[in-house]
Structure formats: C-alpha cells, structure tokens
Design a protein around this ligand. Sequence first.
Ligand code: IPE
Ligand code: IPE
Ligand code: MG
Length: 231
Amino acid sequence: MTNGSVPCHIAVIMDGNGRWAKKRFLPRKAGHSAGSEVFRRIACYCRDIGVQYLTVYAFSTENWKRPQDEIDEIFSLLDKYLDEVQATMLNDNVAVRFLGNLSHFPSGMQRKIDNVHKLSDGYPSGVCQVNICVNYGGRDEIVRAAESILKNPPEILDENSFAQRLDTKGIPCPDLLIRPGGDFRISNFLLWQIAYTEFYFTKILWPDFSEKELAKAIAEYNKRKRRFGGV
Ligand code: IPE
Ligand code: IPE
Ligand code: MG
C-alpha cells in the first residue's frame, strides 16, 4: 500500500508492449496480450487503494499507421475485454467508460460499448471509474468539441463550457500521468486535461509494470508541491 494521499485521477500511457515482446523474441501481439493482463491488475489495484478515476491510453488516432494484423490483435483484445466486463462488472465494482472517436467502430463493438456505458450509469457515484481511450487523440477530441460548439453553441463560451464538450465531460483532470516505456512525450494524450498534471516517466515496459511500480509513482507524486500558478 501507499503512504500519503492517493491521487483522485491517474492517467497511464500504456507503452512498451512491442519492445517487451521483441526482447523475448515473441510477436508484438504477445506484448499487447501481456499488456492487457497488466491493465486488468492495475485497474483492480487502483480500485482497491481508492483511486476514483483511472484513464488509460489503449489505441491512439495515430496507431492506425500500424500493420493491419497488429491493429486486428489490439481490437480483438478489446472485444474480449468488452465481453468480460459485461459479464463481471457487477462483481468487480468498477465503472468502465470508453473515450475517443467511437463513431466509426463496427456496430457490434458499438453495441457492447453502449451496454457497458449503460451498466456504468447504474453505479453509485464514488465508485472507481476506468476510462479506456480508443481511437483517441487529444487534438481530435478538441476538434470534435469545437464542432459540437459550432452546431449547438453554449450561452457562454469559457473553459468550463468548452470542457463540457470533451470526451472527459464530468471527469476531473488527471492528478498524475504515468508513462512507462522510456519515452518522454505525451503522444497526443489528454492535451487539454493535463494542464496541471504531475508527470511520472519510467523505463519499465508496460507488461512489466506492477502494483509496486504504481505505489512508487504515487509516492513520488506525494513529494511534489503543486502550485497551480500560485505561490
Ligand atoms: C503500446 O505499446 C500499445 C499501443 C500503442 C497500442 P507499443 O505497441 O507502442 O509498444 P512499443 O512502444 O512499440 O514498445
Ligand atoms: C502512445 O504510444 C499510444 C498508446 C500507448 C496507446 P505510441 O507507441 O503510439 O507513441 P509514440 O508513437 O512512441 O509516440
Ligand atoms: Mg509505443
């Protein structure tokens, strides 16, 4: 367990699956499969320690550049997770939401996502919510928000009313963002929402990430002094 306060919202760029597989002379898809298991474990850990929101980056708007068989594997893992989540959600005590541009997904997958969202709507507030970002890009999200505003302008356009049109509507901004995999960049994740987020980068590849590593990130977060522009 962790000492100090637990961040309300943790965001994770789940990176390093391909390199993890390569190191083991395995196909990249083996890395995605191992990464998806780690995601399940970390989500349970977050729920158990009292994190209210966990937002993970699973597939970016730029990841369509990858070979089709890799894309197919990622979506098949996602589909498997959707089935599992519908069957076990009520026992797991975690609400699940999908963020990103979901409008062009196959209708079967959209139905499953809608069903998971309906089940999540039934949860009392305060339960841990896991947000999975698929076909998500921070820029795309901002453009879609701007489109929605053009179609149906709010009475007053300010930061609050703009944020109401983002996929993260109603979700507080992340307190801590973790990027495993060894790269020091954001790769188009939550561009609007990370204005005052604390960053934690680690070389550990996502499939090697653990509860212990998350506790380490939280301990580091607790050493930070957040000023939000003040003194
Ligand atoms: C992250 O792992 C998963 C996705 C982007 C879908 P990568 O597949 O990017 O793994 P590396 O960065 O190539 O090791
Ligand atoms: C970010 O990882 C996207 C996800 C983890 C889903 P990438 O592997 O796509 O990022 P880059 O290409 O190294 O910036
Ligand atoms: Mg990567």
